[in-house]
Design a binder for this molecule. Structure first.
Ligand SMILES: NC(=O)c1ccc[n+]([C@@H]2O[C@H](COP(=O)([O-])OP(=O)(O)OC[C@H]3O[C@@H](n4cnc5c(N)ncnc54)[C@H](OP(=O)(O)O)[C@@H]3O)[C@@H](O)[C@H]2O)c1
Length: 285
C-alpha cells in the first residue's frame, strides 16, 4: 500500500520557512516582497485561482495586488499595465493568469514581463535558461512536483521517469527538471502508442494529461512513485489522471487529488517571488 505524499502538509512546512525569511527581510532591510496578479475577463475558475494566490500572499506577509481587467481590454492596454508593473519597485513578481481572451497572444504577453519578475517562469528567457541548465525561475507546478519527489527521500539519479503530457506549463518543464535530476526521462502524449509499455518501466510517473483516471493501477510498476498533477471535474468531484484506488495498491508513494500537487503550486509561486525579491536586493549596492 502506497504512502501518501501530502501536498498540504509539505506546503505548510515550506510556508513556515517563507514566513521566517520574510520577517527577517522586513526586520533587517525594511523590504516586503510584492506580487502582482493580473487577470483579464470573467473566467470563474481563473478568478478563484487569483483570489487563492492573493490569500496565500497575505498569509506569508507579502504585499499583493490584484489587477482585474474586463474581457474588452486590448492587448496594448495589458502590455502598458505590465510595463508599469515592470517598473514598480513594490512589485517583485508579476503573474498573468491564463488563459487570456482569444484576442491576445499569450506568448507575447508573457514575454513582456521582465524576466527578473517572471515568477511563473513562462518567459522565453527563463524557459531557455531552464533548458540550458542555467539559473532561471522554474514554472511553479513542475517545481512543486520535483519537491514532492524529493520529500520521498528517493535518489532520482538513474531512475526511469515517465511524464504523461507535454504542455509548456507542466509536462515539458517537468521532464526537463527530471532530466536535470539525472532521471532517464520519457515523455508520453496523446499520440504515444501503447503508453502502458513505458509506464510499466517507470520508477517515477508524473501525470499531467487532464484526462480523469487515465492511468490505472495495473499499468504502473510495483513500487513506483506516482505524482498526479491532473485535475478535472467529474460528476462534481475533482479527480486526477490516476485512478487512485487501484494505483495506491501498487505504488510506493502517491499524491492525492485534491491535496497533492495543487497546494504545492501556490507555495512554489510564493517561493519564486521571495527569491526574486532576495535577488533584486542582493544585486543592489
Ligand atoms: N495542480 C495544479 O496546480 C495544476 C497546474 C496546472 C495544470 N494542472 C492540471 O494538469 C493537467 C494538465 O494541464 P496542462 O495545462 O498541461 O494541459 P494541456 O495543455 O491540455 O496538456 C495536456 C497534455 O496531455 C496530453 N494528453 C492528452 N490526452 C492524453 C492521453 N489520452 N494520453 C497521453 N497524453 C495525453 C496532451 O498531448 P498532446 O500534446 O499530444 O495534445 C498534452 O500534451 C490538467 O488537468 C490541469 O488542470 C494542475
Amino acid at each position: 500500500m502506497a504512502k501518501i505524499l501530502d501536498g498540504r502538509k509539505i506546503s505548510k512546512e515550506i510556508r513556515a520557512d517563507i514566513i521566517e525569511r520574510v520577517d527577517r527581510m522586513k526586520e533587517e532591510k525594511g523590504i516586503v516582497p510584492g506580487l502582482a496578479v493580473v487577470i483579464v475577463g470573467d473566467d470563474e475558475a481563473s478568478h478563484v485561482y487569483v483570489s487563492m494566490k492573493a490569500k496565500a500572499c497575505k498569509s506569508v506577509g507579502f504585499h499583493s495586488e490584484e489587477h482585474k481587467l474586463p474581457e474588452s481590454t486590448t492587448q496594448e492596454e495589458l502590455l502598458n499595465l505590465i510595463d508599469h508593473l515592470n517598473n514598480d519597485d513594490k512589485i517583485n513578481g508579476i503573474l498573468v493568469q491564463l488563459p487570456l481572451p482569444k484576442h491576445m497572444d499569450e506568448n507575447l504577453v508573457n514575454s513582456h514581463i521582465s524576466p527578473q519578475k517572471d515568477v511563473d517562469g513562462f518567459h522565453a528567457v527563463n524557459m531557455g535558461n531552464l533548458t540550458l541548465g542555467e539559473e532561471s525561475y522554474v514554472p511553479c507546478t513542475p517545481k512543486g512536483i520535483i519537491e514532492l519527489i524529493k520529500r520521498t527521500g528517493t535518489d532520482m539519479a538513474g531512475k526511469n521517469a515517465v511524464v504523461v503530457g507535454r504542455s509548456n506549463i507542466v509536462g515539458k518543464p517537468a521532464a526537463i527538471l527530471l532530466l536535470k535530476e539525472s532521471c532517464t526521462t520519457t515523455i508520453c502524449h496523446s499520440k504515444t502508442k501503447n503508453m502502458e509499455l513505458f509506464l510499466k518501466e517507470a520508477d517515477i510517473v508524473v501525470a499531467a494529461a487532464g484526462v480523469p483516471n487515465l492511468i490505472k493501477g495495473h499499468m504502473i510498476k510495483e513500487g513506483a512513485i506516482v505524482i498526479d498533477a491532473g485535475t478535472r471535474k467529474l460528476d462534481g468531484k475533482l479527480v486526477g489522471d490516476v485512478e487512485f484506488d487501484s494505483a495506491k495498491e501498487v505504488a510506493s508513494w502517491i499524491t492525492p487529488v485534491p491535496g497533492g500537487v495543487g497546494p504545492m503550486t501556490i507555495t512554489m509561486l510564493l517561493e519564486n517571488t521571495l527569491e526574486a525579491t532576495e535577488k533584486l536586493w542582493n544585486s543592489r549596492p
